[in-house]
Design a protein around this ligand. Structure first.
Ligand code: C2E
Ligand code: MG
Ligand code: MG
Ligand code: MG
Length: 281
């Protein structure tokens, strides 16, 4: 009897696994021609100063709408692209496209682009960046590349060398999702980041957890002492924003202020006289 129910579970379990494996294989195959078919596009999420009145930067977020599978989340397709190596070609396209689009924005607005660890350690990354800047006429100082904490622990020497190479081009680097990995605060002194982005899990806890308030406050103060700017990501409520104003981070990003949006809408917002994300007058 126990054996029967055991087999029953197996029969229930296997098709689900097969489906997931099949979808992964399918998406990997569809990804091959996706760039040529123009299935990728970029959206941009504005990053504001603490008043919420001024856009300082926009984060580039990749979107894929496949002819057969429809819209696929980057959380699903980026790992597949990293496995099959296509992340390098796709990521290069993202950098070129982001620079091209942002070159028509006001010159005090920067653009942030996410980098996969595989891209970071690919030998031709500096060339890709230089070509993107040259083709668009976009100033290196206005480009920021975001890498997550996990990247650094995988191969410290290679990551450090790659980040130095990026910084030598006058392109800035941001440590993304800070606090989710296992790196210690002392890592911050080893790596040449200009900006530290505090992970949204800490921001989400600000209202309920005095410990999170203390952590966020400490991280902001430490970053300032080390000469780094801080951005809080995932700001969803006014109470969180108020707390961040008290702890004085440099910039805020999240659904409260603006969702990721198409380039045309960013251009409209930037052209507007004095952006009012929070509808204040
Ligand atoms: P990320 O770099 O940490 O980007 C922030 C993610 O949080 C985005 O999800 C964004 O839409 C979402 N977000 C922004 N504000 C809020 C908020 O207030 N609340 C909540 N719950 N979420 C918020 P998205 O676009 O689905 O991207 C997910 C991840 O995929 C990114 O995390 C990044 O790691 C990766 N990704 C996206 N585009 C690229 C890319 O071009 N290249 C690489 N390598 N990775 C990318
Ligand atoms: Mg990011
Ligand atoms: Mg992030
Ligand atoms: Mg994140």
């Amino acid at each position: 009897r126990a054996k029967d129910s055991g087999r029953g579970q197996m029969r229930f379990y296997e098709p689900l696994m097969d489906e997931k494996i099949e979808r992964t294989r399918d998406l990997g195959a569809e990804m091959q021609g996706a760039l040529e078919r123009g299935e990728f596009h970029l959206v941009f999420q504005p990053i504001f100063d603490l008043t919420g009145d001024r856009i300082l930067s926009c984060e580039t977020l990749l979107r894929w709408t496949n002819r057969r599978h429809g819209a696929i989340s980057p959380a699903e397709f980026i790992p597949i692209a990293e496995d099959n190596g296509l992340i390098v070609a796709i990521g290069s396209w993202v950098i070129r496209e982001a620079c091209r689009i942002a070159s028509s924005w006001p010159s005090d607005v920067t653009i942030a682009v996410n980098l996969s660890p595989i891209q970071l350690r690919s030998a031709n990354l500096p060339t890709v960046i230089m070509n993107a800047l040259a083709a668009s006429g976009f100033a290196a100082e206005r480009l920021e590349l975001e890498v997550t904490e996990s990247v650094l622990l995988e191969d410290i020497e290679a990551s450090l060398a790659a980040l130095d190479a990026i910084n030598r081009l006058n392109v800035r680097t941001t440590l993304d999702d800070f606090g989710t990995g296992y790196s210690s605060l002392s890592y911050l002194t080893k790596f040449p980041f200009q900006t530290l982005k505090i992970d949204r899990s800490f921001i989400a806890d600000l209202e309920q957890s005095p410990a999170s308030v203390a952590i966020v406050q400490t991280v902001i103060e430490l970053a300032a002492k080390l000469g780094m700017r801080t951005v809080a990501e995932g700001v969803e409520t006014h109470a969180q924003l108020e707390q961040l104003r008290r702890t004085r981070c440099d910039a805020v990003q999240g659904f409260l202020l603006a969702h990721p949006m198409p380039a045309s809408m960013v251009a409209t917002m930037l052209a507007g006289d004095g952006v009012k994300a929070l509808g204040r007058s």
